[in-house]
Design a binder for this molecule. Structure first.
Ligand SMILES: C=C(O[C@@H]1C=C(C(=O)O)C=C[C@H]1O)C(=O)O
Length: 341
């Protein structure tokens, strides 16, 4: 064996040890998941993650491993470690109405936690496609709702009339929506819940259409007559999310800042940076010369761009949107003034 081959052999042995250790870490994590499940704890423990990160960074530094490598390996490890903790001993029958990005994201979670899922919706072909991706089943609306315990409305608020025509089959089921703005839709669905005798608990997954969103947060907003809120909180917790209890008013106020204001500025940034790239003729040099801050911002801008219809819908529906945008404009003017212009 020449020297190159010998060193490659050594790398193979090291790789094998790394893989064995990763497998062992995932097994231990899964055991931790079982204990958390029994004790009613969230999968994600931010304090513990911070401690683990500090340990990795410090030890990595002493060993001369670049911080970016330490950070990317650990971020992946923790995220898969959390996926191995997701399981629910109580299998639920969940019907998802809709087949868009968020329906897919929630499907991936239910797949992980072992629930039985049916996908339904207006477009049979699209619903079937999503069902096939996760080995779930398609049913037409009435059968799907009859069969289910939980119904998740994963459509856009503009489909509320359609929802109304389907929810007449939801008697005694728990119905949840995932709308980003609560004020109008919440009232409407609460009225329907009384009319059709279903239990309405609103939710808002606080993440985009990503696969396996383990560790992310979900807002839970019980309606006036909810009696099963605790059960629903436990359901989401065991799916690997972190439930946060709130009210429609509080939710929409927070979203005015978190979504309306942030997206408003981002939309301005997206448009002006695109125009400037053209006007200054530097479009093809941006990637090479960008800073780390700009790279992070660009990732956010790309996401905003790919979710444009939803982002604009939130700008339209949030009851504080006008106030927020007026203030946003005034603050920009003030920034301009403070720069002496
Ligand atoms: C393994 C745990 O669960 C999660 C995963 C962690 C990890 O992989 O290191 C750390 C904290 C938790 O968010 C734990 O709580 O210790």
């Amino acid at each position: 064996m020449n020297e190159l081959e010998e060193l490659r052999k050594e790398i193979e042995e090291i790789d094998s040890q790394i893989l064995n250790l990763i497998a062992k870490r995932l097994q231990v994590s899964s055991m931790i998941g079982e204990i958390k499940g029994k004790m009613g704890f969230n999968v994600t423990d931010e304090k513990r993650e911070e401690y683990v990160k500090e340990y990795w960074t410090e030890k990595g530094r002493r060993l001369g491993i670049p911080e970016s490598l330490v950070s990317s390996v650990l971020t992946n490890l923790i995220s898969y470690s959390k996926m191995f903790q997701v399981k629910d001993s109580k299998k639920r029958r969940v019907t998802i109405i809709g087949y868009g990005g968020m329906a897919r994201s929630l499907s991936s979670l239910f797949h992980l936690s072992g629930h039985n899922v049916v996908i339904t919706g207006r477009d049979k072909r699209k619903a079937e496609r999503l069902a096939n991706e996760f080995k779930f089943v398609y049913m037409e609306e009435k059968s799907a709702l009859d069969w289910s315990e939980y119904v998740i409305l994963s459509i856009s608020p503009s489909g509320l009339d359609y929802a109304e025509s389907v929810l007449k089959y939801a008697k005694e089921k728990v119905v949840m929506d995932i709308f980003s703005t609560k004020s109008n839709t919440f009232r409407k669905l609460q009225t329907l819940s009384e009319q059709f005798s279903f239990e309405y608990i609103s939710t808002h997954p606080l993440f985009g259409p990503i696969l396996y969103p383990v560790g992310e947060r979900i807002a839970v907003i019980p309606s006036q007559k909810s009696t099963r809120t605790q059960e629903v909180i436990e359901f989401w917790r065991k799916c690997g999310l972190v439930p946060v209890l709130t009210t429609p008013e509080e939710h929409d106020k927070v979203m005015a800042i978190v979504q309306v204001l942030a997206h408003f500025y981002m939309l301005g940034l997206l448009r002006s940076s695109n125009t400037l790239k053209k006007e200054l003729e530097v479009g093809n040099k941006i990637d090479e010369l960008q800073t780390t801050n700009f790279r992070e911002i660009s990732k956010i801008l790309d996401r905003i761009n790919s979710l444009l219809p939803v982002i604009l819908e939130i700008q339209k529906d949030n009851p504080y949107a006008h106030k927020v945008r007026d203030l946003g404009m005034r603050e920009l003017q003030d920034v301009l003034k403070s720069l002496g212009e």
